[in-house]
Ligand binder design. Structure first.
Ligand code: PBG
Length: 325
C-alpha cells in the first residue's frame, strides 16, 4: 500500500506523536565522563584544544564527583598525568600515583559513582608509546607484565572497572589473571577492543601530554580501513574474558559499532573522542553550528548505531540539556 494511502508524515505531525514513535532515546545513564587528573593543589585548568574540559587536582575531585552524580551520570573514566615519566612508566602502578589517589578521592566523595580507569602506558612513558620499547619496537609480552601491575594498583585503590586501551595482544587475559590472582574477581574489564590508529586523538594527546616521541601507533592500533579485523579483535577479547567492549573512535566508525553490536551480546561502549569533541566546539564558538543540537544528534546517532554506553567529553552538557527536556 503506497502513496496516497501510506503517508509517513502522519506520525510526524506533532511533538507528542514524534516522541511516541521515537526508536532511540538518550539519557544521562548512557554516559561515561572522562576526567584528567593532575598533581598539585587547587588546579582547575582548561585544556586549550578542548574548551570545557579541565585538568583537575585531587582536592577538586569531590566537588566534581558531586556535580557528575547530580547530573545522573553513572560513571567516570580516569586519565592521569604523572609527576615524571620514565621508560616503563613507574607512576602508572605506584600505590600513591595520581590515578590511585584520584580513585580514592572519588570513592570517598561519592561511593556510588562508578570509577573506571584507562589502563595504558603512553601518559607515563618518556617515549610516549603504549608499551615497552626495545630497539625502536614496541614489545608486546613484557608490556603485559606492566599492565598487570597497573590494574592491581587500580583495584587496590578501589576502581570498579579497568579499561585497557593499549591494543597489546593478550592484554585482557593477562589483566583478568592478575586481578583474579589478587582476589579482585569483581573488578570488571571494559576492553578498548577495537581501537583505530586515528588522527581524531590529536587534542587528547595535548590534554594527556602523551604523543609518541618517535614513530606512530600503527604497529598496535588498527588500520582505519579494516572492518573484518575489528571482529577478530572483539572475538579475542570476549574469549579472554572482557566484560564489556569498546569501539573507538565513534563517529567515523559507526559501521563498526553496528557490526560489533550485531555479533556480540556484551555491553558495548563507543568512545566519542577528543577530535570529535573539539571540532564541534570550534565550529560552535564561531557560530557555525548549534552546539546543543549537533551534540545531541551525534550522540543519538552513536546510540542508534548500537552503542549501549557513550564515553564522551560532552556528557555533562548533554545531561544538562536532556534534563531540561
Ligand atoms: C591511550 C588513550 C588515547 C585516548 C584514550 N586512551 C590516546 C591514544 O591512543 O593515542 C584518546 C582519547 C581521545 O582522543 O579522546 N591511553
Amino acid at each position: 500500500m503506497a502513496f496516497p494511502t501510506t503517508r509517513l508524515r502522519r506520525l510526524r505531525t506533532s511533538p507528542a506523536l514524534r516522541s511516541m514513535v521515537r526508536e532511540t532515546r538518550l539519557t544521562p545513564a548512557d554516559f561515561i565522563y572522562p576526567l584528567f587528573v593532575v598533581h598539585g593543589r587547587d588546579v582547575h585548568e582548561e585544556i586549550p584544544s578542548m574548551p570545557g574540559v579541565y585538568h583537575l587536582s585531587i582536592d577538586r575531585l569531590a566537588e566534581e564527583a558531586h556535580s557528575i552524580a547530580a547530573l545522573k551520570i553513572p560513571a567516570v573514566i580516569l586519565f592521569g598525568l604523572p609527576a615524571s615519566k620514565d621508560p616503563i612508566g613507574s607512576e602508572n602502578f605506584a600505590a600513591d600515583g595520581i590515578v590511585q589517589q584520584a580513585i580514592r578521592a572519588l570513592k570517598d566523595a561519592q561511593p556510588d559513582l562508578i570509577v573506571m580507569t584507562d589502563v595504558c602506558m603512553c601518559e607515563y612513558t618518556d617515549h610516549g608509546h603504549c608499551g615497552i620499547v626495545r630497539d625502536g619496537r614496541i614489545v608486546n609480552d613484557e608490556t603485559l607484565d606492566i599492565l598487570q601491575k597497573v590494574v592491581i594498583s587500580h583495584a587496590a585503590a578501589g576502581a570498579d572497572v579497568v579499561a585497557p586501551s593499549g591494543m597489546m595482544d593478550g592484554m585482557v587475559k593477562a589483566i583478568r589473571e592478575a586481578l583474579d590472582g589478587e582476589g579482585y574477581q569483581d573488578v570488571s574489564i571494559l576492553s578498548y577492543a577495537v581501537k583505530y590508529a586515528s588522527s581524531f586523538y590529536g587534542p587528547f594527546r595535548d590534554a594527556a601530554q602523551s604523543p609518541p616521541q618517535f614513530g606512530d601507533r600503527h604497529s598496535y592500533q588498527m588500520d582505519p580501513a579494516n572492518a573484518r579485523e575489528a571482529m577478530r579483535e572483539a572475538q579475542l577479547d570476549v574469549e579472554e574474558g572482557a566484560d564489556m567492549l569498546m569501539v573507538k573512535p565513534a563517529l567515523a566508525y559507526l559501521d563498526i559499532v553496528r557490526r560489533v553490536r550485531e555479533t556480540f551480546d556484551l555491553p558495548l561502549t563507543a568512545y566519542n573522542v577528543s577530535g570529535e569533541y573539539s571540532m564541534v566546539k570550534a565550529a560552535a564558538a564561531r557560530g557555525w553550528l548549534d552546539e546543543r543540537k549537533v551534540v545531541l544528534e551525534a550522540l543519538i546517532g552513536i546510540k542508534r548505531a548500537g552503542a549501549d554506553l557513550i564515553l564522551t567529553y560532552h556528557a555533562k552538557d548533554a545531561a544538562k540539556w536532556l534534563s531540561e527536556g
